[in-house]
Design a protein around this ligand. Structure first.
Ligand SMILES: COc1cc(/C=C/C(=O)SCCNC(=O)CCNC(=O)[C@H](O)C(C)(C)COP(=O)(O)OP(=O)(O)OC[C@H]2O[C@@H](n3cnc4c(N)ncnc43)[C@H](O)[C@@H]2OP(=O)(O)O)ccc1O
Length: 266
């Protein structure tokens, strides 16, 4: 991986973090437990997204081993009372919000199990890339629990509330093809293609003007949920700010002077 440098998050090796140019690659690193998400790994993710290295333009999150994540580490749940349960769920919310509202795009590369809290983590990313081995499930019903990582807010917005109800009530496992058809993953690759494709996309989005990425990540989701009048006003304001920036002027001049790439079908 070119000039990649490797570091562990905090004191642990629960994340495998590599910086390669503007792209930060974050690997969930508990393959023996199928990357089950315990408090340690959740806090390591928080730490990572709170201290993105200067110059980071995109983050790719993936699973070390054959799976993205088997979800909540169930061994941690057995002792929780209601107070502890609330603290736990709200901690997950804070951490996944940090991903969703990150200043840089976050791309999830999905393979194998993308289950429960692992699926909720993937929902917080901005782009999801799946390979054929990926499968999606919410077995919370079978475990006697409910989603706690923001899934009931984010997943229906991607696949619709009826499909999420189906997943939760029946425990049905959706294939990579279904995930893509239903709007969960924006990309479906060939076998073992998710991480390479995610890295390729990360290079591309990291090269955008930072203000465009800011507008897409911070303003667009709010505009999409606003009433049309408010949304149109917010859009005009954001468009005005973006086009007034000298980076936009530089990029537009470069196009008009034939110094930059044209739009081409890929
Ligand atoms: C309520 O408040 C919440 C909730 C939440 C989020 C909730 C959820 O995420 S619910 C979903 C929890 N996940 C599961 O039910 C999946 C369980 N795992 C499996 O079905 C399988 O392990 C597999 C993922 C399909 C992989 O199978 P296989 O490759 O055959 O590997 P195994 O032999 O089964 O596993 C190896 C090893 O890992 C352990 N392990 C796997 N998954 C978990 C897990 N989720 N938690 C703990 N441990 C796991 C497994 O037991 C094996 O261990 P050994 O010691 O036996 O080797 C969020 C926030 C809230 O507040």
């Amino acid at each position: 991986m070119g000039n990649a440098s490797t570091a562990s998050a905090g004191q642990s090796d629960l994340l495998k973090i590599e910086q390669n140019g503007a792209v930060l690659t974050v690997g969930l690193n508990r393959p023996a437990k199928r990357n089950a998400l315990n408090d340690g790994i959740i806090l390591a993710i928080q730490d990572c997204f709170s201290h993105l290295p200067e110059g980071t333009g995109a983050v790719v999150i993936h699973g070390v081993g054959d799976h993205f994540s088997s979800g909540l580490d169930l061994s941690e749940l057995t002792e929780h009372d209601a107070t502890e349960g609330l603290r736990h769920s709200q901690m997950w919310h804070r951490v996944f919000d940090r991903i969703q509202y990150s200043r840089v795009p976050v791309i999830a590369a999905l393979k194998g199990a993308v289950i429960g809290g692992g699926l909720e983590l993937a929902c917080a990313a901005h782009i999801r890339v799946a390979e054929p081995s990926a499968y999606f499930a919410l077995p919370e019903g079978q475990r006697g629990i409910f989603v706690g990582g923001g899934g009931s807010v984010r997943l229906p917005r991607l696949i619709g509330v009826a499909r999420m109800i189906d997943m939760m009530l029946t425990g049905r496992v959706y294939s990579a093809t279904e995930g893509s058809a239903y709007g969960f993953s924006q990309y479906l690759t060939e076998a073992e293609g998710a991480l390479p494709k995610a890295l390729e996309l990360a290079e591309r989005v990291a090269a955008n003007a930072p203000l465009t990425n800011f507008a897409v990540l911070q303003a667009l989701p709010m505009i999409a949920e606003a009433n049309p009048q408010t949304g149109l006003l917010m859009e005009s304001l954001m468009a005005t700010v973006a086009q007034s920036d000298k980076e936009a002027k530089r990029r537009i001049r470069a196009f008009l002077e034939h110094k930059t790439a044209k739009v081409k079908p890929t």
